[in-house]
Write a protein that binds this ligand. Structure first.
Ligand code: SAM
Length: 273
């Protein structure tokens, strides 16, 4: 079952019904779940179900189910099994013949996606990228042609590096939504181009505090990348206009995508410096 990703009021009525009705709750961190239950006046036995003991926890839960008890599964925040433990317990319970029912609710990735404003109907949830730079760039290179919107989790101490790599590997022209501390007191949602993201994060230490979801525009459809004519038009316009104006005009004149033109413009400007 899903639990709040920050704001404790984001708990559904059905989630409260289920928590009240079950015999036990399997929880990632029992202290976190205990606080949630306490806030709603619910007292239940808690079973620790962390990544390192998920197998053992699954056996305990299966024993309870075998004795006719009902068990809910919660993680610290959001939806279990989404960058969190849970999948093993779900498959073990189903394999043993028990019904497993979702109780939908908060999820950080979907919350960020819902305010991204990207019209693309497809998205690819990647979760955390590798922490080592070379590996991270390799994974991003593999995603460079992906047309779906890309959704990443990122830790505060790596978010700047990650933003720099996203721009370096995917090009600076794509849009990014930097969604921080969603549903919490210091929630912030910043939208910019990948080329600007790292500098924006670096400009204020408060911008790299907390939890992050990064939502990045997918690759442009083949054939709509800026070709030779668009390139020449942009080059000429850039001689006398600021980037945003030159990009807007070149897009109207040539039909090329603004994102591609923007990336090209930044590359051209970089070359000239
Ligand atoms: N299962 C969770 C879900 O459904 O959202 C995700 C758990 S994952 C271990 C934790 C990561 O999710 C954080 O490091 C961060 O990237 C993202 N996250 C969780 N809560 C968030 C929030 N309130 N605002 C932004 N990102 C959040």
């Amino acid at each position: 079952m899903a639990t709040p990703i920050g704001n404790l009021r984001d708990i559904g009525l059905r989630a409260l019904d289920v928590l009240s009705g079950v015999d036990a709750v399997a929880a990632e961190d029992t202290r976190v779940t205990a606080r949630l239950l306490e806030r709603h006046g619910i007292a239940k036995p808690l079973i620790t179900a962390r990544e390192h003991n998920e197998r053992r926890a699954s056996r305990r839960v299966l024993d309870l189910l075998a004795s006719g008890k009902a068990v809910a599964l919660a993680c610290d925040a959001g939806t279990p099994a989404i960058s969190d433990p849970g999948a093993l317990l779900v498959s073990a319970a189903r394999a043993a013949g028990y019904a497993v029912t979702p109780v939908p609710g908060p999820n950080a990735a979907v919350a960020a996606l819902s305010v991204a404003g990207f019209a693309n109907p497809h998205f690819l949830f990647h979760g955390f990228l590798p922490s080592r730079a070379a590996e991270r760039r390799g994974v991003l290179a593999g995603l460079a042609r992906e047309r779906a919107t890309l959704v990443f989790h990122e830790a505060p101490h790596r978010v700047r590096e990650c933003a720099a790599d996203l721009a370096a590997v995917l090009g600076g022209g794509r849009g990014i939504v930097i969604a921080r501390e969603l549903t919490k007191l210091y929630e912030s949602i910043h939208v910019c181009r990948l080329a600007e993201a790292e500098a924006w994060l670096a400009a204020d230490p408060d911008r790299i505090r907390g939890e992050f979801v990064l939502v990045v525009e997918g690759a442009p459809p083949p054939g709509r990348e800026a070709g030779g004519e668009a390139r020449r038009t942009l080059e000429i316009l850039l001689e006398s206009l600021p980037v945003s104006r030159a990009v807007a005009l070149a897009a109207r004149l040539t039909g090329a995508r603004r994102n591609d033109l923007y990336r090209l413009a930044l590359e051209m400007k970089g070359r000239d410096q």
